[in-house]
Design a protein around this ligand. Sequence first.
Ligand SMILES: Cc1cc2nc3c(=O)[nH]c(=O)nc-3n(C[C@H](O)[C@H](O)[C@H](O)COP(=O)(O)O)c2cc1C
Length: 418
Amino acid sequence: MQNIRNWFVQNQSAGLKRNPSGSPYARNTKFTVPSKETESVSHYTSVDCLQFSPNCIPSISFVNCPFKKSGANVIDSLFIRPLQIGPLVTRHNLVLAPLAGISDYPFRQLCREYGADLTFTEMVSIDGLLYQNQATYRLLNIRSHEHPIGFQFFGSEPEYFRKVIPQVERFRPDLIDLNFGCPVRKVVGKGAGAALLRNLRQLYRIVEATVRATALPVTAKIRIGWDAENMVAVEAAQAVEAAGAVAITVHGRTRAQGYSGRADWEAIAAVKQAVHIPVIGNGDVLDVDSARAMFRTTGVDGIMLARGALGRPWIFRQILHALQNGEVLPEPDFEQRMEVLEHHYRLMLEEYDEFVALSRMKKHFVWYTHGLPYTARLRDRIFRAQSFSEVQEIFARYRQTIRQHNRPSTRLKQSAEV
Ligand SMILES: Cc1cc2nc3c(=O)[nH]c(=O)nc-3n(C[C@H](O)[C@H](O)[C@H](O)COP(=O)(O)O)c2cc1C
C-alpha cells in the first residue's frame, strides 16, 4: 500500500494532470489514507479508487472505507502540500500576496507567524533601482529569518532587468517575481505591469532577460487579460513558461476590472491545464470555504491571499487547520484581535520610528475592526490619535462600551460615546 499524499504529490509532478479524458488513474489501487490529523502514525485505512478530473482535481470513491463520511477531509488535506519552485521547495502552498504599501516586514512576519509560508515584497521599480533610488532599495531590506521570500519587480525594459537583477541578489531573496498585473495608470502608462499583457513579445523578453541574469528561480504574476475582449491568460502563461520562469501566479481578473467584480477561476483553471510549471491561484480567497473552492475548482498547486489577510492575518492558520484537520477555528474575539493588533504594532516599531509606525498602522486598525459595531466614530478617533497609547485608550473605551451594550439590561443610545 502507498501513502495517498506521497502518491498524489509524486504523480502530479510527474505530469498526471495531462490526463485528457479524466478517467480514473488508480482504480483498485490500495492506498493508505491518513485519518484526520494522525497522518504520521498509526490510523491508516485504505480506499479502493482514486479518481482525477481532467485538471487533476482528485476525488476518492470510498469502498469499504470506515472514513466514508470524512472523505472530504482526505481530499482537502491533499491540497496542502509543498510548492516546488525550481530548486526551492516550500513547506506548504499558502502564499501572502505582494501588496504595495502593505506587505512590509511587519505584515509579512505577522502572516508568516500565522502560517503563510511564502511571502513577497511589494512591487519594486526596476527603473528606481537602476537610478539608485535609496527609498526603492530600502524595500529590499529583509530580515535573515524571512525565508522563503520573493522580491517582486515591475518595469518595461528587458535591458534594465538584465542590469539590475544581479545587483539585488546580495539582499538574499529566494526568488525573483515579475509583475505583469499592476493596473495603475502610472505603471501601465509606462508599458509596465498589466500593459505587458498587450505586448506578450516584450513580456517574454523581460522574463528571458531576468532568467539569464540570475541563478535564482524566476516567477511571474499575471492577470487574466487586459479586458474582456483581450483575455490572454493562457498565451501569457505559456510565454512566461517558455521564457524560463519556474512558477506563475494568476490573479483571475482583467486589468479593466481593477479589484472589482468576481475573479474568474475558470480562467485560472485553463492556465493550470496549459502549462507544466506550478500555478498559484489568486483572487477572492477570503476564507476557508473559498480557499477550498479555489483548490477544488481550479486544480492549482497553491493559493495566494491578498485582501483576505488584511486585518485577519490568522486566516492562514484557519485555512491550514481546516484543510489539514477538517476543523474550522473560530474567529478571534475582540480581546484576541487586540493582542494581534498590539503585536503587529510592536513589529512595526522594529522597522519604523514611532511616527511612521503609527501612521502606517492606521489603515490596519480599520481592517482589524472590520465587522465590529459602532466603528465609524472609533475609526475617526483613531485617525486623529497622536500616539499608540492614545489608540490603546480609545480601544479600551470602545471595549467598555461594547461590553455595556452586550449586557441585556443596558441599552446603548445611538449617540453613545464610543
Ligand atoms: C492595496 C493593494 C496593493 C497591491 N499591490 C500589489 C503589488 O505590489 N504587486 C502585485 O502583484 N499585486 C498587488 N496587488 C494585487 C494583489 O496581490 C492581488 O493580486 C489582488 O488583490 C487579488 O487578490 P485578492 O482577491 O485576494 O485581494 C495589490 C492589491 C491591493 C488591494
